[in-house]
Design a binder for this molecule. Sequence first.
Ligand SMILES: Cc1ncc(COP(=O)(O)O)c(C=O)c1O
Length: 454
Amino acid sequence: MDLRDWLGEAVDSVHRWQSEYPPFETHPSLRISDERFATAFAAFADRMRGNYPYFHPLYAGQMLKPPHPAAVAGYVAAMLVNPNNHALDGGKVTSEMEKEVVGELAGMFGLQTHLGHLTSSGTIANLEALYVARELHPDRGVACSADAHYTHARMCGVLGMPATAVGTDAAGRIDLDALDELLAGGTIGTVVATAGTTGLGAIDPVHDVQAIARRHGVRVHVDAAYGGFFTLLAGANGRAGLDPRPWRAIAHCDSVVVDPHKHGLQPYGCGAVLFADPAVGRFYAHDSPYTYFTSDELHLGEISLECSRAGAAAAALWLTFRLLPPTADGLGQVLAACRSAALDWAELLSASGRLRLYQRPELDIVSYFPITAGPRLSAIDHASGRMLADGMNDAQRPVFVSTLTVSADAMTRRHPSVVADRDGARILRSVLMKPESESYVDDLHARLEELAGR
Ligand SMILES: Cc1ncc(COP(=O)(O)O)c(C=O)c1O
């Protein structure tokens, strides 16, 4: 699809709808001449050139990529209407779309019943899950792994709940023995299992976490903000297939968060939280004298902590799911290519004389570090930092990766030959979240080897 054509159609479709209402003049205070706009837009476009090229496979740094053109066209068309999914009168059509896509997400995780909604981010989605956790267990805290996203501890602070970090094993997954021991103490009300950690893409064994938690009468929330759509590869044939057990267990947990603005091809402003028990909606009960007046049907604001939310985010996801649904044959194919790219690069790294694989990728995040003359943490840290900067600053042939700070303990458990002459070190990390990375791995690897050899 040619985005230029479809952006035109997005604008035209809205104009056609608008023309069904009586005409009126735009207020003079809002009128801008094309000439003035051209000047401002040229300055704007020039500023935007300063971005890193998130669209290109040579950008293999953070979880960043442009949305699918279908999402852009849907977002623009809906944004021109600018519905607000807080209440049905503000987002009449897009609230319905939101309920439909949330239903599709619930189906993707195999939830038998659900209550859920989109949010403006993964952080807010997790905040909502933690808020419900606190309402259900006001006297108990939250446990998550030391590698869980940093916002869990922060949001627990916002909610006035203690957060306890549980150690990880040598693959970056939550330590089950330590978790069992902690839960036996009776101070924890909810465990957060991460299905795809931000740093390494490690998958906590949700099925084991769930079994332990149930034994202790503790709830389970799954943070699948980044990893959630990989459930489409659970049990799939071929090398991209994933162990289905953690993913299938999500259906039996209490809540789950997934971010369509990460692996769901959406622009930022699209997270989602789903609860297995619709009765938790009671914790959202509130009075709003100026909203909820058009219908007795559920207004999404009645079950979310946020008030205004972009109906355009729901519209973009709805349109995208018509074309690339959250199924193994739809979005699953995109995820499979990303995971294959990570596995391919891991193979190249394993055979490299200049770079070393930090740990085998479970999803599409590859972690690695330069082989230095003396295998000391200080040397690895220095060389990683240099490679990051050299790659980004090379005007002719740039390459973009990211760094991840790992502790001395985490490194030596995986690589006992490394000398821990300091507390931790930066290593290199690449998120291969564009399916096009699959055909670019050789180039990326060659470029990184070159940088390591400098
Ligand atoms: C596992 C996980 N949880 C939560 C978040 C926070 O999501 P957001 O940046 O959308 O607020 C992230 C972001 O990378 C994440 O990877």
